[in-house]
Write a protein that binds this ligand. Structure first.
Ligand code: HEC
Length: 266
């Protein structure tokens, strides 16, 4: 298996969710948008493109300007939203809306190295040879956390959805301030790798069914483990969250996980 296939497969499979339909929520269709609705294109330089494994220059629309044109779903706060990218084959890739707003992303529509008429270069994806057409999400800043900043290609539309709707079975039915803060953090930082009630990624273990994590993991150790898994397991694949999640926030994540023990999917 080539590295390309591994890392791309990773990025895509992790964040795919067939659970909720983009069409139910405010969306921006990149393919059907009238030219007047699209922002002014810019040239963006990428020092290390994860798809082509090289430096790249694209013509692209600033993501923030497209986001400004998508209405907020009714009665939702920005920190409760996920930004969902839908590819031509119907796959969804999501990221936290607040992460998308915090960095400069671009929706690329042409590789500057090829003639206008051709637009894109091909690359190998598993056994196939494909291009990122029609649209490809790129992040010029170096060193962004790949778990929070995906690079999905063959995009056709984007939409804003409440995390509760998008992650369905992982959302708590009963909440208080701490549980809802815990779910918000979980859906921002954890769900790309872990599922709860089988909703979410599968890089890390499912955390609720059949056994909830608090039913077999020392509960006092959990907040610490969540902030720094490598202090417990050498070579763990779980990133360190000490700079992103405070001890109080880690407690709230545990509150949320404990609540889900009472809300197990059948
Ligand atoms: C990049 C993927 C990734 C992210 C993001 C991630 N984890 Fe993990 N996590 C893993 C993997 C893989 C394991 C298990 C194996 C290991 O330790 O390497 C794990 C293990 C765990 C375990 C122990 C489960 C067990 O039974 O061993 C808990 C609890 C956990 N993660 C919670 C979280 C929480 C909460 C977050 C968000 C703050 C989070 N993880 C973010 C990949 C991830």
């Amino acid at each position: 298996m080539t590295t390309i296939k591994l890392s791309l497969g990773f990025i895509l499979i992790l964040l795919m969710s067939p659970l909720s339909r983009a069409a139910d929520w405010p969306e921006f269709n990149l393919v059907k948008a009238e030219p007047a609705r699209l922002p002014r294109p810019e040239t963006v330089k990428i020092s290390h493109d994860p798809v082509y494994k090289s430096a790249k220059e694209y013509e692209a629309y600033p993501l923030s300007e497209i986001l400004n044109k998508i209405p907020m779903p009714p009665s939702s706060k920005p920190d409760e939203l996920v930004l969902v990218f839908t590819a031509a084959d119907g796959y969804n890739v999501s990221m936290a809306y607040q992460d998308a707003m915090a960095e400069q992303g671009f929706i690329a529509f042409r590789d500057k190295a090829v003639p206008e008429s051709k637009k894109w270069l091909e690359f190998k994806f598993g056994k196939q040879t494909i291009t990122p057409a029609p649209f490809y999400l790129v992040w010029p800043k170096e060193g962004l956390d790949e778990w929070r900043y995906p690079w999905p290609f063959q995009l056709v539309s984007l939409s804003l959805q409440p995390a509760k709707a998008y992650f369905g079975a992982a959302a708590p039915a009963k909440t208080d301030d701490r549980i809802s803060n815990g779910f918000e953090l979980f859906s921002r930082y954890c769900i790309r790798c872990h599922s709860v009630n089988l909703s979410g990624g599968d890089v890390g273990p499912e955390l609720n069914v059949p056994k909830n994590i608090t039913e077999y993991f020392q509960e006092q150790a959990l907040p610490q483990f969540i902030r720094n898994a490598s202090a417990y397991r050498a070579g763990t694949k779980m990133p360190t969250f000490e700079n992103l999640i405070t001890p109080d926030d880690a407690q709230d994540i545990v509150h949320y996980l404990k609540q889900m023990k009472l809300e197990k999917a059948q």
